[in-house]
Write a protein that binds this ligand. Structure first.
Ligand code: C5P
Length: 283
């Protein structure tokens, strides 16, 4: 038997760094949304006991214990004393080290798929709780729908009927290491977007207010290290995007557009400037 789950990329409509914690992580307040750019994760039983085999369409995906999907399978095997072996195939569409939680979403899809394959009957909150042990973005990715996310990333409150729009994702050629960006956070210096106001705008489907409240505390730090991010933002704004922001710790920049025609025009225009561009919808 085999089971396939989608692993959608996420963007941060808002990301506020509230404080530093004693465990080395940061206290965050975020609005996260998933888009229809997704990896596909397929899990399949194999005859060899206690083997977790990772395969992927992409050479950027580690095929060893460092892989988040591997960690998800290992965690479930240990937690529920499962001896069976499994092969996990990751059909990669989301760019890696991009600020789009590609690896975390693969881990979340693996948790959901193995929950079915091994008939564990775990609820989404139970899978999200396990996901905390793999990475801070994994609990959100278990749900994969627009949500207010707080704490280290473990507290996820889905927003019902959120405002959806077209999204243009622009990924520069380089990747960014998230710990490098968090290490440079100076709480006295960073901007603090109003996440409460953003949540209200998203929940009320108030698009102009949602655009006005977009904000990411990490953006200025990543731009300081990689000025190309600012140039991409400016280009998207100049071509008429309704709103633009960097996602996560970057480097991917996203632009929001209400009208499909305009979104397609902006997407085609930016293609000459940056190679990796995707036109997607918020889920
Ligand atoms: O949890 P995860 O391993 O995905 O986090 C990657 C890195 O991002 C952490 O090692 C930490 O440096 C930083 N981080 C943080 N605070 C968070 C989430 C991530 O400082 N809430």
């Amino acid at each position: 038997m085999e089971i396939t789950e989608k692993a959608p990329a996420k963007i941060n409509l808002g990301l506020d760094v509230i404080g530093k914690r004693s465990d080395g992580y940061h206290e965050l307040d975020m609005i996260m949304a998933s888009v229809d750019l997704a990896d596909r994760v397929t899990v399949r039983e194999i005859p060899e006991d206690d083997v977790i085999r990772i395969q992927s369409s992409s050479s950027f995906v580690p095929l060893n214990k460092k892989n988040h999907a591997y960690k998800a399978a290992d965690l479930l095997k240990k937690s529920f004393n499962i001896k069976k072996g499994v092969e996990i195939y990751i059909d990669k569409k989301t760019p890696v080290a991009a600020g789009l939680a590609g690896g975390s979403s693969d881990a979340a899809a693996t948790l959901r798929a193995l929950n079915l394959l091994w008939d564990l009957k775990l609820s989404l909150p139970e899978l999200a709780k396990l996901g905390e042990q793999i990475g801070s973005d994994v609990p959100y990715c278990v749900y994969g729908q627009t949500a207010r996310v707080t704490g280290r990333g473990e507290s996820v409150r889905p927003i019902t009927n959120p405002k959806k729009s077209w999204v243009i994702l622009v990924k520069p050629e380089f990747g960014i290491s998230t710990p490098d960006i968090f290490r440079a956070v100076d709480l006295a210096e960073i901007s603090h977007p109003d996440i409460m106001a953003l949540e209200t705008a998203v929940a009320m489907a108030d698009f102009p207010e949602m655009l006005a409240q977009l904000g990411n505390s990490l953006e200025a730090i990543s731009i300081g290290k990689y000025p190309l991010i600012e140039k991409i933002k400016q280009r998207l704004l100049d071509s008429g995007a309704d709103g633009v922001l960097m996602s996560g710790s970057g480097p991917t920049v996203f632009a929001l557009c209400q009208q499909e025609k305009k979104a397609r025009r902006i997407c085609n225009g930016i293609k000459g400037f940056c190679d990796e561009v995707y036109l997607v919808r918020m889920l």
